[in-house]
Unconditional design. Sequence first.
Length: 196
Amino acid sequence: MAKIIASKNGTKKDVIIKKAAFLFRKKGFARTSMRELAENIGVEASSLYNHIGSKSELLQNICFKVANDFTVQLNETEKSSTDTQTKLENLIRFHIHMMLDLYDEVFVANHEWKQLEEPFLSNFLNQRKLYESRMIEMVRSGIRKKELKNIHPHVAVFTILSAVRGLELWQRHKKNITIKELETNMINQLLNGISK
């Protein structure tokens, strides 16, 4: 069998993680074997272990890479001097692009995280809850500054997150709409209802 060929800007481990994300999304973490992953990459199963310790490690890599990408973007957004509506718009745009550009990885992080082993499961859930609470505080701050209507911050945030997560359906049934149109329409629908 062939060797794992690294992509132009990545490592052999990145190739394995990308293919694992695809299979975990398609079949589920529990139903995907390392042998099947190796076959999809075109190598012997034993050669995977030169780059990765276990199937569980692959899931950890996928889930925490996605969670960390969102956290980094949130950090940058919070530091920006823009108004709350622009901050929320930037976050929504980022969520949309993550869902469209890293669909397999985001899908796995959204659905297969339950398969993480401890302490990774608790760490992942804590990171996710902290992200949500920071978004809620961003909305609260916008209300205090009178940049947003007096809405329930939890409802606003979970409506935004649920809507963007709903792009999973759009990915499966891609309609005749450009990504730019999709992004513009989603932002208009999600923010015009809460903007002052």
